[in-house]
Design a protein around this ligand. Structure first.
Ligand SMILES: Nc1ncnc2c1ncn2[C@@H]1O[C@H](COP(=O)(O)OP(=O)(O)O)[C@@H](O)[C@H]1O
Ligand SMILES: [Mg+2]
Length: 219
């Protein structure tokens, strides 16, 4: 993949390019499907930030996601990285399927069991996803595939015991439990709920932050 494969202006895509999501919020890319050598590829394109002060953080997001996907190459729960394109765009294998929020889950579905296992292996590889919600999990056949690693973090082995690293892992697993509850109605077991409750220091920070935010809003 190279820069000439990309539409010149991602804001006005040619009609044969299928737009998956238009970036509207802060530092969001345009996400679209392109045909590359007869096969569909997903492009996450931050081109709208070119020559703006946000081009640097956008480049960092592209680099972070590319590094994590490169690390996960060959894993069936993440799409393959096809490459970065000009620093502000990322080419990713197209996963045929629907997002977790869109699929109809039948009662016997093992999707959540698999998803928990996938998140646990991700953590064992020293990576936390940090943005698990139904639009960031695709279901291909019956296999959950994690996407959107723009917020993911890699922690070196010798720092994995840090409370912050542990909190990020806990929060990923809590998000899986939340999605299961929301989409299937199945709540966490008592043991799970205990493991998934945020530690007191996290609650304290959250509460403190809420107070500051309220005060700022009041002016
Ligand atoms: N590899 C992929 N295969 C198929 N669809 C994808 C793929 N990557 C992203 N999508 C679709 O595009 C949407 C946005 O992509 P995502 O990586 O989550 O971008 P953002 O960072 O803007 O949230 C996803 O919710 C999904 O519907
Ligand atoms: Mg997303």
């Amino acid at each position: 993949m190279n820069a000439s494969t990309l539409p010149r202006d991602p804001r006005s895509l040619p009609p044969d390019v299928r737009l998956l999501k238009r970036g509207e919020r802060f530092l969001e890319p345009d996400v679209y499907v392109l045909d590359v050598d007869g096969r569909p590829a997903v492009v996450k394109d931050y081109g709208r930030y070119r020559r703006t002060p946000l081009s640097l953080p956008a480049r960092l997001l592209v680099r972070r996601e590319a590094r994590v996907l490169d690390r996960l190459r060959g894993w069936r729960h993440a799409p393959a990285l096809l490459g970065t394109i000009g620093g502000l765009a990322l080419g990713i294998e197209f996963i045929p399927g629907q997002t977790l929020g869109e699929v109809a889950l039948d009662a016997g579905s093992h999707v959540f069991q698999q998803l928990r296992g996938a998140v646990a292996s991700l953590h064992a590889a020293g990576i936390t996803h940090n943005d698990l919600h139904p639009a960031n999990v695709l279901v291909a056949g019956s296999t959950p595939v994690l996407i959107d690693f723009a917020s993911a973090m890699r922690t070196p082995r010798w720092l994995r015991w840090l409370p912050l690293a542990r909190e990020l892992r806990r929060s990923d697993l809590a998000n899986v439990a939340k999605m299961r509850q929301r989409l299937t109605g199945q709540g966490p077991s008592a043991r799970e709920a205990e493991l998934l409750a945020p530690p007191r220091w996290v609650d304290a920070i959250r509460l403190g932050w809420k107070r500051v935010y309220r005060r700022l809003k009041r002016g």
